[in-house]
Design a protein around this ligand. Structure first.
Ligand SMILES: [Zn+2]
Length: 160
């Protein structure tokens, strides 16, 4: 985490340990059931560290790709929840001036997408599971497979 407790990144244990060891970061959460050993000492495994000096980070935009869109939508059709045959669906169809933006795109299965065709979701009688949004970098931190429950409280505060 940054000095102000905003999440920065997920790093390796050795990097986190080194930052603490060199007094560049404070250990905020550790796993005391696992010990790291040096020749003469042992240390708890760092889980969350906070660097001591604030780093200015530019806003990290998530690139709009098919894969990132599916990730934002948990790999589910936003109309029926299917996880099969996923496509990108423009809420306002391109033929009606709809743009390729985070807020105009949702994950839809082939069936729902063709049912919707050139209509708006309302016109096609489809209901969205949730409003599409531009995901933040933290959304993607949260979707990593190596997520640990100890990180939850620190990521919660960062959700915009
Ligand atoms: Zn569907």
């Amino acid at each position: 985490m940054n000095q102000d407790y905003t999440p920065l990144t997920i790093c390796t244990v050795s990097r986190a340990f080194l930052l603490v060891f060199l007094s560049k970061a404070d250990m905020i959460e550790s796993d005391n059931t696992v010990q790291l050993h040096s020749v003469s000492e042992s240390f708890p495994l760092p889980l969350v560290v906070r660097i001591k000096k604030y780093i200015r980070v530019p806003y990290q935009a998530v690139v709009l790709t098919r894969q990132n869109l599916f990730k934002r939508d948990n790999g589910e059709c936003q109309y029926c929840g299917s996880k099969e045959d996923l496509t990108m669906d423009h809420l306002i169809p391109r033929s009606k001036g709809g743009q390729t933006t985070w807020k105009n795109l949702v994950t839809a299965c082939k069936t729902c997408n063709s049912k919707k065709g050139d209509l708006s979701p309302e016109e096609a009688g489809l209901r969205l599971a949730r409003k599409p949004y531009r995901p933040s970098f933290v959304t993607y931190l949260k979707s990593t497979l190596r997520m640990r429950k100890e990180w939850d409280p620190y990521l919660m505060t960062a959700v915009a």
